[in-house]
Design a protein around this ligand. Sequence first.
Ligand SMILES: [Fe+2]
Length: 470
Amino acid sequence: METQNNFKTLTCEQVYNIWISEPELIRILDLRPRLEFEQRHIPGAHHVTPENLFTELQSLNGRLAILVTGDKSEEALLSNFKDHNEFIFMQDCQRWFETNKPLTGTAVAHQNPSPQDWKEPMATDIIFYQLFESESSTYTYLIADKTSKEAALIDPVLTTVDRDLKLVQELGLRLMYVLDTHVHADHITGAGEIRKRTQAKTGVSLDAGVNCVDIPLEDGQELTLGNKKIKVLATPGHTNTCLSFYFEGMVFTGDTLLIRGTGRTDFQQGSSERLYESVHNKLFTLPDDTQVYPGHDYRGQTHSTIELEKRHNPRLGGGKTKDDFNKIMAELKLDNPKKIHEAVPANLACGTQPGASSLHAQIVDGISEISCEELLKHLGKVRIIDVRRPEEFNNELGHVPTSELITLGPELTNFLEKGDRSEEIVFTCRSGGRSGQATAESIRLGYKKTINLAGGMIRWNELKQVIERN
Ligand SMILES: [Fe+2]
């Protein structure tokens, strides 16, 4: 590894080789002016300013930061960071732009709008796979932009995460998003597990009550894959927070619109009226040749089109009125899905199974205690309560992602008195003192699985773990 201006460097080709083969090991931070970044940048790169670089370096989670600079002036600004070894400069960044390596950005989008590409996107510049999980007859979709290699998974199932991620890796894709059309009742989502194993962000409806989601989604929102967009369509009815996703002439309809059918509307705040309106006002207004890819199929069918469903869907196509549809749905007498009591709570926690955290705690002075390293392995699977004062929760130490603020004193006591004594909770504070008191109090009140986080936020920050600040 060469040094230049006392900084470690890798060549453009070395960075490209890591980027293409082991993207999860690196985080590319682009220090060029924002306008230049927006025009064209390496897919997956993040724009940073020298001022916020320090914060970025605290969120690396063991990855190596590769810094992209435009000229020497940005490097000069970084002299304060000379002693840090979490980052490496990419030497001669210009070569990336000159040697036809993958790029994304507004200027890239404008460079190649050949009319042919618009007519036949599937044949030319997207990657698409329909995957099937047989126990719940669920379809999972992998979509990607071929140029930038940015990808998204829609409705992955926990039990088939290994298969899905292997395909992503084999295709050399960079997974950006894991999206759920809704809080499923028949299977556990793979979203949380995939987030743990990649850099992908999870997305589900803003109103679904999934606190651990990275991107709460709203109607009309757009997510970028290279120079393409996934458009979010709110299509409530099967549940009150169902979404569909539109991408390049395809619509992923979850359980809103199935092939010659619809999802049920009799639980999870479902409504046959709303489902009818969602299909007629949102999905049936898409172009007739839009390909329809549903969340399930139980009869071996793979896809349909908006036109076919408008004409032949026996529940709400072929001129069926809302009253017809309401009557049909009211007369369906369906059993609850076998997994509903397991799946819904797990999916509200991004697909982690209740009680599955299996934290390795030590007993210190009569109370259970875990290290920050141990908690990190179980982030997202266990409830974390920060017992500091509100002003401390967002101070320079920040707070552990997914943690909730319930201040030690009357507020915490009140919470514990009403709570479930069998719940597993990790308490944290600044250094471990107040959270130790909180753990002791919870034990006094009959809690069986409460644990103190040793060293608190001071230790968490020393280890350079990810923090959040509101
Ligand atoms: Fe569903």
